[in-house]
Design a protein. Structure first.
Length: 98
């Protein structure tokens, strides 16, 4: 089981110019992959990334995405709908995912 939390409840709302970050927790150790979809439809893998290249996370520690001051997810325009999706697996899926 995996959970995502922005700290803003079930339907989080962010203002233009704010940075998005979220916590990922799993009930078992797992490989985690997170993707971000901009309002215009472009999708980017945001975890793992060049600042945090290892997809494996410990259930006891969890993960904060983006997790680096060098890498931020800035929301650009109020009213746009943007999405985050994460998947967790017991095996390394990096070669199988875009």
């Amino acid at each position: 089981i995996m959970s995502l939390d922005t700290g803003r409840g079930q339907k989080p709302i962010f203002n233009a110019g704010e940075s998005l970050s979220f916590k990922v927790k799993t009930t078992t150790d797992a490989y985690v992959y997170c993707y971000y979809q901009e309002a215009k439809g472009d999708i980017f893998k945001v975890f793992p990334n060049r600042f945090s290249p290892n997809a494996f996370i410990s259930s006891s520690k969890g993960l904060v995405v983006p997790g680096s001051k060098q890498f931020q997810l800035k929301l650009e325009q109020r009213g746009d709908k943007e999405s985050v999706m994460c998947i967790a697996s017991h095996e390394d899926l990096d070669a199988k995912l875009p």
